[in-house]
Design a protein around this ligand. Structure first.
Ligand code: FES
Ligand code: FES
Length: 216
């Protein structure tokens, strides 16, 4: 279910992704506990499957419990704790990551169904010590307070900008906008498209300004 707001922010399960990453496995299966919480090293069984994911540009092959969602696998098996578990019900957007470039609520996605996909988390946005322009804009605009929602806001904003560039309309898009043409992103469009990402601190005005900074 989408968060309050008329246009869902992070999308649901993404469509079929590209071919699976090559066999350049990271070997995580041998070094990380499985997702069952048992502490045992992962090994395929009736309730587990091996998946290949490309996460922030790096290929990983590991074993997941069929009941595990992508958010838990990212946080607990890969140690990528940027994406946050806020509601765990697809309503707050704190867990937003990009799957094959589309924003998704990773708390809702079975990890086993993401085999072969390209995942980008907030940890993959910066280039070494060089922040992504949107991250820098969030700093420059003071677009957060506690920061808990910020990783999801960043990934969601990047997905929203890409959707607008691809011509995807939102609830507030002018019906006269030519189909398939990039949708201009003014404050109303940004607010609408990010309405699935909640911020309890109320940093919304400066989040909108930060997104405006990077699309100018
Ligand atoms: S939407 Fe996933 S944790 Fe809230
Ligand atoms: S900055 Fe605190 S929840 Fe968004």
């Amino acid at each position: 279910m989408a968060a309050p707001g008329r246009t869902p922010g992070p999308a649901g399960p993404a469509g079929p992704g590209p071919a699976a990453a090559g066999p350049g496995a990271s070997g995580l299966a041998a070094s990380r506990p499985d997702a069952s919480g048992s502490g045992a090293h992962a090994s395929p069984g009736r309730h587990h499957s091996e998946v290949e994911l490309r996460v922030n540009g790096a290929p990983h092959v590991f074993t997941v419990d069929h009941r595990s969602v992508l958010l838990d696998v990212l946080r607990e098996q890969l140690g990528l704790t940027g994406a946050k578990k806020g509601c765990d019900h697809g309503q707050c957007g704190a867990c937003t990551v990009l799957v094959d470039g589309r924003r998704v609520n990773s708390c809702l996605l079975p990890a086993v169904a993401q085999d072969g996909r390209d995942i980008t988390t907030v940890e993959g946005l910066a280039d070494g010590d060089d922040l992504h322009p949107l991250q820098q804009a969030f700093l420059d605009r003071d677009a957060f307070q506690c920061g808990y929602c910020t990783p999801g806001q960043l990934c969601s904003a990047l997905g929203a900008v890409a959707e607008a560039e691809a011509g995807h309309p939102s609830h507030v898009t002018d019906p006269g906008t030519p189909s398939g043409r990039p949708v201009p992103l003014g404050p109303d469009e940004i607010r609408e498209r990010l309405s699935g990402n909640l911020c309890r601190c109320g940093a919304y005005p400066n989040i909108v300004r930060a997104v405006e900074d990077v699309i100018r």
